[in-house]
Design a protein around this ligand. Structure first.
Ligand code: GLU
Length: 506
């Protein structure tokens, strides 16, 4: 069997990391089985369409290296892969179900349905359009054929609903959950085709999975309640033979473990829940993205892979290729996976450590250029080498090293209080002169020169080094001071010392 799986998002906003994980598991499954990974955009609900969302989804997949074999922009034997471009396909299938008695036309207006809902609510019931109520409502099951025809000819709006069979148990096998069953009495007669001439998710999804020869449907747990309907649809169409296998993935849970991870959790605790930054086209609100926060895509992929799947070993760091090799659907857990923001940072740190100075310098130069800073690649590489150990997110590169690119103009007040004494300016003036003669200007020569001065003048090293650091970086942080000095170069060091002595007034 040729494995064919699809990721089928609806472009209703930015892709949540839970959605990205669904895409990842589909991708891994496809690659593992030498199958095909398809992207299908499910955009038949025009009321939920959000401009830019489809582009966002595609860019997110690309950023993570989850390239699809068939889909928008790539094409494929079952194109088009955007449901809005397939709209003429679905009506025929809805009609087939009406003809075979598995679906019916319902003429109830939205207002009528709303009033039924309200009445039920007032009685403490939940309204459901199902076998128990359809017999009393305005549909092709209750109206005569002539009346139905007359209404259609008059242009009365109607929807097509699926006729859920009464008193049946729908059994299914889920690759993650094992056998699951649903009594048909809990199901409502879902709308398959809307009055606006478009199919609903259920019809379009099943028809397209069938037409695109999908072998495995791997999707989020929130779609499990739709499974019995989908199975009934396959049966009603007579497609049971080619019905895909289903796998419903567990939720990604809040760090506290209770409930689905939401954007609010991320905002509250300062971690992104979206792969890329997203600007809401309606209210311009910005949501943070992993990319912009300084995560490496390989780290994000690794984090997501282990949220719900376990490799059966202690190994934690997996490249995408290693994941393809190790992945298996039966190691996906049934229960939700708790998201741990600290662990996510840890993963990123491991990936940063794995990168060579040269690779990190390349990434950093791009950031520097965005800030209008021109720097020599060898210099940036040396900077990276000094600070790499302290970097967790790519953005820390700048936080940890900006003083290598811009001289401090302001100095940390608390550090001044602690390290700036009356004798400091004179002392540093001397040090500047000592350094002028330090040749070559490397770490050892600098260190020896300062030590020699300290001994000769019976001054503690701290009295020199602490205020010196303050003038060179602006505070009491950063890597080893003589490393900083050697890298900044003699001229710059002396310039910063002389500038600082004048600038700091206590
Ligand atoms: N369009 C659905 C979604 O937005 C797809 C669900 C499925 O994969 O069947 O998640």
């Amino acid at each position: 069997m040729q494995v064919r799986v699809r990721f089928a998002p609806s472009p209703t906003g930015p892709l949540h990391i839970g959605g990205l994980r669904t895409a990842l598991y589909n991708f891994l499954f496809a690659r593992k089985h030498k199958g095909t990974f398809i992207l299908r955009i499910e955009d038949t609900d025009q009321t939920r369409f959000v401009p830019g969302a489809e582009e966002y989804i595609i860019e997110s997949l690309k950023w993570c290296g989850l390239y699809y074999d068939e889909g928008p922009g790539v094409g494929g034997p079952y194109a088009p892969y955007r449901q809005s471009e397939r709209k003429n396909i679905y009506r025929e299938y809805a009609d087939k179900l009406v003809t075979s008695g598995n679906a019916y036309l319902a003429f109830d207006t939205p207002e009528e349905i709303e009033s039924l809902r309200k009445t039920a609510e007032a009685d403490g019931r939940v309204f459901q359009y199902d076998y128990s109520v359809r017999i009393n409502l305005k549909n092709s099951l209750t109206l005569s054929e002539t009346e139905t025809k007359r209404l259609i000819e008059k242009g009365t709006p109607y929807v097509i609903r699926f006729k859920i069979p009464e008193n049946k148990t729908i059994e299914a096998n889920d690759l993650i959950r094992g056998s699951v069953s649903f009594p048909s009495s809990i199901l409502d007669d879902k709308v398959l085709f809307k009055a606006d001439g478009l199919p609903t998710y259920h019809l379009a999804n099943v028809v397209d999975d069938y037409l695109m020869k999908i072998t495995h449907v791997i999707r989020g747990e929130e779609w499990l309640p739709s499974l019995p309907l989908h199975i009934l649809l396959y049966k009603a169409f007579g497609w049971e033979e080619s019905m895909p296998q289903f796998a419903h993935l567990p939720l990604i849970l809040k760090p506290g473990g209770q409930g689905k991870l939401s954007k609010r959790d991320g905002d509250k605790s300062g971690f992104p829940v979206f792969p890329l930054q997203w600007k809401d086209p309606f209210n311009e609100e910005i949501s943070a993205g992993y990319r912009e926060t300084g995560y490496l895509p390989a780290a994000v992929v690794n984090i997501l892979a282990l949220l719900g799947w376990n490799p059966g070993s202690e190994k934690e760091i997996f490249s995408l290729d290693e994941l393809v090799e190790a992945f298996s659907i039966d190691r996906v857990s049934k229960s939700g996976a708790r998201f741990d923001p600290e662990k996510a940072r840890w993963f990123n740190q491991q990936y940063i450590k794995q990168k060579s100075d040269c690779e990190l310098a390349d990434l950093f130069i791009t950031e520097l250029t965005k800030k209008g800073i021109k720097a020599d690649i060898d210099y940036v590489e040396s900077v990276v080498n000094l600070i790499k150990e302290r970097v967790i997110l790519l953005n820390d590169l700048w936080e940890q090293s900006y003083f290598f690119f811009i001289a401090p103009e302001k100095y940390n007040a608390e550090t001044i209080k602690k390290v700036w004494k009356t004798e400091t300016p004179g002392l540093l003036e001397d040090i500047a002169s000592v350094l002028e003669n330090a040749e070559p200007f490397n770490q050892t020569v600098i260190e020896n020169a300062i030590k020699k001065y300290a001994e000769e003048h019976q001054t503690g090293m701290g009295k020199i080094m602490n205020p010196l650091r303050l003038l060179l970086v602006g505070g009491s942080f950063g890597p080893h001071l003589t490393d900083i000095m050697a890298l900044l170069g003699k001229e710059e060091v002396i310039k910063r010392i002389r500038y600082g002595i004048k600038a700091i007034k206590v």
